[in-house]
Design a protein around this ligand. Structure first.
Ligand SMILES: [Zn+2]
Length: 438
């Protein structure tokens, strides 16, 4: 068996892995890098991919060199299958360049998240008609390679790790995971009953350089938010990813503790609805203290996609601007920069606060300027309350020791050289594109 990490041995984001036998070749994830491959200090967002050909993007290092993966590069033997671990841009962001007839394997929930992301955010993963939906611990075979998905705890709902078996060898790809979220039982389950005889463990290490970051559990975060809410008389706005289901639940529970109405936007409401779990806080599941805010921006998008039913279904639970104004200080409301207009129409009570619940670096980007200006205009306090989607060092150690592989290969980390100090001599650092035989 041959293993190549095309990208991800020395960076977070842009992950792409290839695993091959003599007969079969699969790849896992094909993410958008977070930094410019030509100058790692620069953000990739500063330059556009629009109008560039696949050979140009390969030349610039944006697309990793994987033969037979992309359209527009002539005749190469195609990859037999592509796997996606979870719906985060840094794992699927370049899928639109994948040959259309390659079979894509992804979790059911990941598929639903991607559909919503396309409609609401315009994030396209391209047209892949040949999709197979994976279920937890149900293996699939591609030629002589067997892949078993494992649901994991991560900030993307339905995220999976993959066990890849072929030619008598076993490789485990951790994907992104943590042990302190609302699905930490998945983490414990894997620790209690790990697959035996793993030869290589590719383990993410996002938090290796961020040991100082706060890592509350979602329950602790919920209490912090409820506490902070008590300190502000006005409306409670919050920003988090519409796909971060754990966090939406955390905000809902904090709102309940504060005796407030919980207001979702159309994106988040539809994500929770599509997942089809009765426990999720949406009005159609009988949660009477949850309302939906209709905003011009999202209604326009839904009309454009002929998806009017995605707002019509919420009509009975819509919160009008006047109702929101009445709720005022007793409201937890999801905020986006595309909704400043609606909030300004409603009016913002004195001593309002915005809870920012994403990675702190995103708030430093130029795209956050519009929100900052809005906060300043209305004298709204800014309070960062977040916890990571990635495992802390202690949990990485527990994970590595339970999986007990022959070799640990660092991935999705900026600090691969620190692995040896924490995980011992088993650690083997690869370079991007290096061939590793086992
Ligand atoms: Zn992720």
């Amino acid at each position: 068996m041959n293993l190549i990490i095309h990208r991800g041995t020395h960076e977070i984001g842009g992950t792409c892995v290839e695993i091959a036998t003599d007969e079969t070749r699969i790849s896992i994830d094909l993410g958008m890098p977070l930094s410019d491959p030509r100058d790692k200090a620069k953000k990739l967002k500063n330059f556009s991919l629009i109008g560039k050909t696949v050979p140009q993007l390969i030349g610039e290092g944006v697309l990793p060199k994987v033969s037979g993966l992309y359209w527009g590069v002539g005749k190469e033997k195609p990859v037999d299958a592509v796997f996606l671990s979870h719906p985060h841009q840094d794992h699927y962001g370049l899928f639109k360049y994948i040959l259309k007839d390659i079979r894509i394997f992804l979790g059911e929930d990941t598929d639903k998240m991607l559909q919503a992301a396309e409609i609401f955010q315009g994030d396209r993963i391209g047209e892949h008609d040949d999709k197979v939906l994976l279920r937890d611990r149900e293996p699939v075979s591609i030629g002589d390679i067997k892949v078993t998905p494992y649901l994991v705890d991560h900030s993307a709902y339905g995220a999976m790790a993959f066990l890849v078996e072929a030619e008598g060898k076993k490789v485990f790809y951790s994907g992104d995971f943590r042990g302190h979220g609302r699905k930490k039982s998945l983490f414990e389950k894997l620790l209690n009953d790990p697959p035996a005889g793993i030869n290589v463990l590719m383990m993410e290490g996002t938090m290796m350089g961020r040991q100082q970051e706060d890592t509350w559990t979602e329950d602790e975060l919920e209490l912090e938010i409820a506490n902070e809410a008590r300190a502000h008389e006005g409306m409670k706005l919050f920003i988090c990813s519409g796909q971060n289901v754990d966090r939406l639940v955390t905000f809902y529970r904090a709102a309940k503790r504060s005796d407030s109405v919980f207001v979702l936007d159309l994106y988040a409401a539809n994500v929770l609805h599509e997942l089809g779990r009765k426990s999720l806080p949406i009005p159609t599941n009988g949660f009477k203290d949850v309302k939906v805010l209709f905003t011009h921006h999202f209604m326009k998008r839904l009309s454009m996609y002929n998806m009017k039913n995605w707002y019509e279904r919420w009509r009975p639970y819509e919160i009008s601007p006047s109702a929101l104004q009445r709720a005022g200080k007793k409201a937890f409301v999801m905020f986006r920069d595309s909704t400043t207009h609606e909030f300004e129409k409603t009016g913002i009570p004195k001593d309002s606060v915005l809870f920012y619940s994403m990675w702190s670096q995103y708030a430093l980007e130029p795209s956050f300027e519009k929100t900052r200006a809005f906060l300043e205009r209305h004298n709204i306090a800014f309070k960062e309350l977040h916890t990571s989607g990635h495992a802390v060092l202690g949990d990485l150690k527990r994970f590595a020791s339970a999986m007990d592989p022959e070799t640990i290969v660092p991935i999705h980390t900026e600090y691969p050289d620190d692995y040896r100090e924490h995980f011992g001599n088993k650690v083997h650092c690869l370079k991007d594109g290096e061939n590793y035989s086992l």
